[in-house]
Design a protein around this ligand. Structure first.
Ligand code: SAH
Length: 360
């Protein structure tokens, strides 16, 4: 994100040709330090600057020697990303469009709500799930993001925040299916939650999935304390397969069995997300059917009025139908809330910025 430094320019090197520093594992960085004649303790210092502090270049890492800072600048890119888009909504929601080294694009969002600062991150370039109301999957999936590309989205937003602001929550609800990129996702979330990393409590991190049962069971047994949200969106298989096509090979029964397993193994309540699509899944009988499905389970239902996507015809129902849907669930003892809209005046639905840029 920084312009090429004078040092690089004098060497005839463009920063974008270099490897991003965070793409190196600890052992790779250690090997580099040793080969450069530097001491081992530099590893921790560099990681701390990269992950916890809000600097924008190696030059600002003031407890490193000038020569080490110069070597780092000559050999590595400070960031994996080039920022190619930045939108700020009237509610101070900020959305970034980031270009990766191979020219692909991803998005991340910072949402502000009283003391909460929630960051929403992407895990893949595009998505293979094909949900019919979602902008992210319209062009299919290009590739998985690396672990560094996943957690660095949080760092980029962290560096942009005011000095007195702290990230309080992370939601993995951006572009891609997180559990389809499981290993990289977990490595990334470990960096965000570890004390050496950003130090965010694991319970403040939520992974949203279309619902891949085998991966949900693996996640349950991983010992990790992150929260799980499942995108259900329909109360029966016929409708779910129409709007979430991957359901065809899974089925709601198997999905709920995996969700129950997650609760039994971890003791953590699962959230179910339900996008309200006008005339599709928003009728009172859908709410009744959903209440029947959820009955007896320790869950929370998060209703999300659809965010408009210009390429798609579907829309959100009006306020009265939304309220009615929510109160039917509540009156049947199912805890439910309607998700607050954030960033309504920018391309709010995730995947839209990338879609607009990729098409043009
Ligand atoms: N693949 C993951 C993450 C997707 S994004 C998943 O399926 O959960 C997070 C949530 O936003 C999902 O519930 C997704 O279905 C929902 N979503 C996608 N497009 C949307 C839109 N246009 N309006 C509202 N919610 C949307």
């Amino acid at each position: 994100m920084t312009p090429d430094s004078p040092q690089l320019v004098s060497l005839g090197i463009q920063e974008t040709q270099l490897r991003p520093l965070l793409s190196l594992s600890d052992s790779e960085l250690l090997a580099w330090l040793t080969a450069a004649g530097e001491q081992k303790f530099r590893l921790k210092q560099i990681r701390k600057w990269m992950i916890q502090r809000r600097v924008q270049s190696f030059d600002e890492m003031t407890d490193l020697s000038t020569s080490l800072r110069q070597k780092l600048t000559a050999e590595f890119r400070f960031s994996s990303f080039q920022q190619v888009g930045h939108q700020v909504a009237s509610d101070r929601t900020e959305k970034l469009l980031l270009k990766l080294h191979d020219g692909e694009l991803v998005e991340c969002v910072l949402m502000r709500d009283t003391d909460r600062r929630t960051v929403c991150i992407s895990t893949q370039v595009g998505c293979a799930m094909g949900c019919v109301f979602c902008a992210s999957g319209l062009l299919g999936v290009k590739r998985d993001l690396t672990a560094a590309e996943i957690y660095e989205q949080v760092l980029v937003l962290h560096r942009m925040m005011e000095d007195d602001e702290r990230i309080t929550n992370v939601v993995v609800m951006g572009i891609g299916e997180p559990l389809a990129n499981y290993n990289n996702l977990m490595s990334a979330l470990d960096v965000l939650s570890s004390e050496d990393g950003l130090g965010l409590g694991a319970r403040r991190i939520t992974v949203s999935t279309v619902g891949l049962p085998t991966k949900i069971r693996e996640f349950a047994r991983s010992g990790k304390q992150f929260n799980l949200a499942i995108s259900l969106h329909a109360p029966n298989d016929k409708l779910r397969t129409e709007i979430v096509p991957v359901n065809k090979s899974i089925g709601i029964k198997e999905l709920l069995a995996a969700a129950d397993d997650f609760f039994e193994v971890t003791g953590r309540r699962v959230s179910f997300e339900y996008v309200l699509l006008s005339g599709v899944n928003d009728q009172p009988q859908h709410a009744e059917e959903l209440a029947d499905l959820m009955r007896g389970r320790n869950v929370h239902v998060n209703l999300i009025p659809m965010n408009g996507v210009s390429e798609l015809l579907m829309t959100a129902p009006g306020e009265p139908l939304t309220r009615r849907f929510c109160s039917i669930l509540e009156s049947r003892g199912i805890p439910a809330t309607v998700r607050k809209r954030k960033g309504a005046d920018i391309d709010a639905a995730c995947g839209q910025l990338r879609l607009n840029r990729t098409e043009s």
